[in-house]
Design a binder for this molecule. Structure first.
Ligand code: ZN
Ligand code: ZN
Length: 194
């Protein structure tokens, strides 16, 4: 049903306009007004926002296990995962690695389950090389090109290409750090495809 209503979230209470959802004709979306230009989610007074180091804004939600503030990242594989927040800065640490788990009044804190196969002891991901960002990590074709590979991709091929280029580009071998970061970035992303 379209028409005016009022946001019922605590801390907001502003009038909102329910208008059509362009992706689903059977549903409505809350907008700021009848022009339907801006979704109310983006301006809701009850929504808290954090900004990441690339300048993107993310809405804050709450971890259901420990109650910490988190934001939700969509990874390049399309998975959603909660990420830590440091003050008003969206950090790139997955909250699953730091979540203390269920808040319990007595007894020891339970260990959180590892999620998405990423071991809790795994070091943080490398920084994105020039030309890429965590938000725009590149495509399979970009990474293949950076590793001087051509399809079809196999694990052996990927490993030997990376090893050969690492010999050339690793700073310990007299290479340039940015070139090494680039092939490592490509290697880490392509590993998911073999
Ligand atoms: Zn609101
Ligand atoms: Zn948590």
């Amino acid at each position: 049903v379209t028409g005016w209503s009022r946001c019922r979230k605590a801390g907001c209470g502003r009038p909102i306009w329910f208008g059509p959802n362009p992706r689903d004709p059977d549903r409505v979306l809350p907008y700021d007004d009848e022009t339907e230009e801006r979704l109310h989610f983006e301006t809701c007074g009850a929504t808290e926002w954090v900004t990441d180091d690339e300048g993107d804004r993310h809405s804050v939600s709450k971890c259901s296990a420990c109650g910490a503030r988190v934001w939700w990242q969509t990874t390049y594989r399309g998975k959603r995962r909660p990420m830590d927040i440091d003050g008003d800065v969206a950090s790139w640490d997955c909250h699953f690695d730091t979540c203390p788990g269920e808040r319990t009044r007595t007894g020891p804190r339970p260990e959180p389950e590892p999620v998405y196969g990423r071991a809790r002891t795994e070091p943080p991901p490398p920084p994105p090389p020039p030309g890429y960002s965590r938000r725009m990590p590149g495509s399979k074709a970009d990474w293949m090109r950076d590793l001087e590979l051509s399809p079809p991709l196999s694990l052996d091929q990927l490993k030997s290409a990376f090893r050969a280029l690492a010999m050339r580009h690793h700073p310990d071998m007299g290479g340039q750090a940015h070139a090494f970061i680039r092939i490592k970035w490509a290697y880490d992303h392509l590993k998911e495809y073999v």
